[in-house]
Design a protein around this ligand. Structure first.
Ligand code: ZN
Length: 443
């Protein structure tokens, strides 16, 4: 189809050969090729600039990534530290709880011992009373409480050494009981503080982990951006190579056609010369033959050429059936460089015009995507078909207008099944500076 387009271009140029001498036709074709080469060179310069920008962007993102990575490292250290503190605090709490339990057990034992001695001492007092040792009784009965009673018994200094020991122990136990009760109170208060600290550490850990999560997400986003920049860079290089190849092929084809045309014209001229010489020899039927001869010679070049398609609305056909869900133009602050055509079900995507597939691949942004380079009436175009479900064509393949490229899909950066269709005047580039509103070119 591309070759056909070139033929049309050339034939179109030759159509006007009645007006222009042959040399001018050829130089016009050469000028057109020169113009295309100039276009490629411009494109190359532009691509180099864009590549430089992409590289700078990559360096910037890498720096940001390094910053985020060091932040994450810092947080990891902080989280580890907090975890350590949490473990230690928990151990302290366990220890305190253990100590409280021990104290409680000791208190229970002390209480039991005190109760037993109480009973024992009461028996002794009763025995003393029954044995007639009444003289002490008044003193003892005057006691305000049991502690006082014990004091008084000790003071009497009349009881046996064994009883005195019992009383001393009893006194010590009661004192120890009071101390342990205080100690338990203190430990419980300390436990309260430690539990609060533990709670604080847990909250700290949670916020550190949340911060890390945020950083990880931003790192992931940066990685995505980096990836797409690298992808863009690689793609731009590949595409540039493909476009250059396509233009070279076209130039060779145009030259071949020009050569053939020149040979054909030379043959025609030779034939015309022979005919006029013949006519000169046979002067009898003379006058009109020359005129009619030259008339027919100029006719051969102008008659059978199919008229080139007008470069207006009918050059391209709709690449898919559906409704336009989003048009070309500024969207959410950025350029939406194409038109979105949406439809449900299984919807074939077709080539909007004949051309060469210069890219058929998956990319994270475009999903399954096909790029086609066209040359129509001497103008280079690139069409892009994105988010396809599947790819039915491959790199380097020639496609005709209306040929199926695949089915409408929802791959890549797409929310819902649709075709993202771009049209570029000339080559595609990452900045999409050549993009135009494709709807203006559709019938
Ligand atoms: Zn779109």
């Amino acid at each position: 189809m591309k070759r056909k387009a070139a033929v049309i271009t050339l034939t179109a140029a030759l159509t006007f050969s009645g007006v222009l001498p042959i040399g001018d036709v050829r130089s016009a074709a050469a000028a057109s090729i020169d113009q295309k080469i100039e276009e490629v060179q411009k494109q190359q310069e532009q691509n180099q600039q864009e590549q430089q920008q992409s590289k700078e962007e990559i360096t910037k993102i890498q720096e940001e990534q390094e910053h985020v990575e060091s932040e994450i490292k810092r947080l990891d250290t902080a989280v580890m530290d907090t975890n350590d503190k949490l473990d230690k605090k928990q151990a302290e709490i366990d220890e305190t709880n253990q100590h409280i339990e021990e104290l409680k057990q000791e208190i229970t034992i002390l209480k039991e011992r005190i109760a037993e001695r109480d009973a024992l001492l009461k028996d002794r007092v009763r025995a003393m009373y029954e044995n007639g040792a009444v003289s002490y009784l008044d003193v003892l009965l005057g006691a305000k409480d049991f502690g006082d009673f014990v004091e008084r018994v000790s003071a009497l200094n009349v009881i046996a050494e064994q009883d005195r020991t019992i009383l001393e122990e009893h006194k010590a136990d009661k004192l120890s009981l009071e101390e342990k009760k205080v100690e338990v109170e203190e430990e419980l208060a300390a436990l309260e503080v430690k539990l609060k600290e533990l709670e604080g550490l847990k909250q700290q850990l949670n916020s550190q982990m949340a911060e890390k999560q945020t950083l990880m997400e931003s790192l992931e986003k940066q990685e995505g951006e980096l990836h797409s920049h690298v992808e863009e860079l690689e793609n731009a290089e590949q595409l540039l190579a493909a476009q250059e190849a396509a233009f070279k092929e076209e130039k060779a084809e145009a030259e071949r056609l020009a050569r053939e045309e020149a040979e054909r014209r030379a043959r025609e001229e030779a034939a015309a010369r022979a005919a006029s010489e013949e006519a000169a020899k046979q002067q009898s039927s003379s006058n009109t033959s020359n005129a009619s001869n030259s008339q027919s010679s100029s006719n051969t070049s102008s008659t059978p050429a199919p008229a080139p398609k007008p470069s207006g609305s009918s050059t391209f056909i709709w690449p898919a059936n559906g409704y336009v869900s989003s048009g070309y133009g500024s969207r959410w602050g950025t350029l939406h460089a194409g038109a979105d055509i949406a439809a449900g079900g299984t919807v074939p995507i077709v080539a909007a015009a004949g051309g060469t597939v210069i890219r058929a691949e998956y990319s994270s942004s475009y999903g399954n995507v096909v790029y086609i380079a066209h040359n129509i009436n001497g103008q280079n175009y690139t069409t892009v078909y994105a988010h396809m479900r599947s790819l039915n064509v491959s790199y380097g393949q020639r496609v005709s207008q209306g040929q199926m490229l695949g089915y409408m899909g929802n791959t890549g950066n797409s929310y819902g099944q649709h075709l993202h269709f771009e049209l570029h005047l000339g080559g595609w580039n990452a900045a999409k500076s050549n993009s135009v509103d494709p709807l203006r070119y559709l019938p």
